[in-house]
Design a protein around this ligand. Structure first.
Ligand code: KG4
Ligand code: ZN
Length: 342
């Protein structure tokens, strides 16, 4: 089964071809970062228009990379949400038009399920069950994953997601958009303990998280340094120290909550996915947890991409085929049906 995956939920157009027998055959990405940079954030209308421009050339590039033709495609998976409405519509319209033209099934995929399953595209694949830590720009969640489609929410951020906190803090430190990765880079040059920021909800006893207070703590620290320096802006070394203290605080919270999630579920496998999963400090810290096997997607598949959507689509397809006509469900809550719809 050859599945074409389309991702267009935000500012990256991702297209990929996943073969259920031979794995990922091709993966093409166009990032709109440079286009949005001058506005300091994603401009939804520009994002939608750019997705429309990129989808066909990226698909052609994928087919060429995999040495395949349109006729070889068995199904088309696309990100149905969550994301920017217009950007999602561009991908949905393209996927459906292609499905209609090729007379092939079109599979809507939840963006976060794509992230959640992306570590299964790596060289060492986790077995079920596992705890998934999903840390993207819009979400920070712990899930118990017992199989494809069997996801239980264990806890989540009650305000800003970790990635959002990285981005907002980067902005207030004057770093160019998108700031999260840049902040992490500067943190690598900062000194430990030069600043002390809170670890919100560290001892809340549950798996919920709160990161919005951290940016306020950073703002307060910046203003204090400015007052001490007679109004002069913070210098580069101080900026790096602040980035370091911020990153340490986020990583401490995520690591402590990850340990709690593993303890609560009794699972021994941890999977980390989403853009913040590219953070080296977080990877090192979670990778060193004792008695736990930790899995990450390949770095190139941490942020948004079409490969994870193609893969999730292939999994849905396989599940639907396996289910067959004789797979009856005498006890079947309607809510579960909504979750497993392909
Ligand atoms: O998963 P993703 O590509 O998009 C969403 O679905 O939201 O995640 C993007 C997020 C952004 O908030 C970005 O700042 C963050 O991932 N991010 C990082 C790093 N690279 C990307 N955060 C911390 N350290 C990084 N190295
Ligand atoms: Zn994402």
């Amino acid at each position: 089964m050859l599945v074409l995956g389309i991702e267009s939920s935000c500012d990256e157009t991702g297209v990929a071809l996943y073969d259920s027998e031979h794995g990922l055959l091709a993966h093409q990405l166009h990032t709109q970062m440079a286009m949005h940079a001058e506005y300091g954030g994603v401009v939804p209308e520009l994002a939608s228009r750019d997705h429309i421009r990129r989808l066909v050339p990226l698909t052609r590039a994928c087919l060429q990379e995999a040495d395949k033709d349109y006729a070889d495609i068995d199904a088309i998976a696309f990100t149905q949400g969550p994301g920017l409405g217009g950007a999602l519509l561009a991908g949905a319209a393209y996927a459906n038009a292609l499905g209609f033209a090729l007379n092939k099934p079109v599979i809507p995929v939840h963006h976060l399920e794509g992230h959640l399953l992306s570590p299964l595209l790596g060289d060492s694949r986790p077995e079920f069950p596992f705890v998934a830590l999903l840390v993207s720009g819009g979400h920070s969640q712990f899930m118990a994953v017992r199989g494809i489609g069997d996801y239980t929410l264990l806890g989540e951020s009650v305000d800003d997601a970790a990635g959002e906190a990285f981005d907002k803090t980067a902005k207030l430190l004057g770093l160019p958009y998108p700031g999260g990765a840049k902040l992490a880079e500067l943190a690598g040059h900062g000194r430990a303990d030069a600043f002390a920021f809170p670890r919100p909800m560290l001892h809340s006893g549950d798996l919920n998280m709160s990161f919005s207070g951290l940016k306020t703590a950073v703002l307060t620290a910046v203003n204090k340094v400015k007052v001490e320096n007679d109004g002069a802006d913070i210098d580069e070394a101080t900026r790096c120290d602040i980035c370091r203290a911020f990153e340490d605080a986020v990583v401490d919270v995520l690591a402590a909550k990850a340990e709690l999630a593993l303890h609560q579920t009794g699972f021994q496998r941890l999977v980390v996915a989403g853009g913040v999963g590219a953070n080296r400090k977080l990877r090192a810290r979670l990778g060193a947890l004792k008695g736990v096997d930790t899995y990450f997607p390949p770095l190139s598949l941490c942020t948004d991409n079409g490969a994870m959507i193609a893969f999730a689509g292939a999994m849905h397809l396989a599940q639907a085929q396996q289910a067959g006509a004789f797979d009856v469900k005498p006890r079947w809550p309607l809510a579960e049906r909504m979750q497993t719809m392909v």
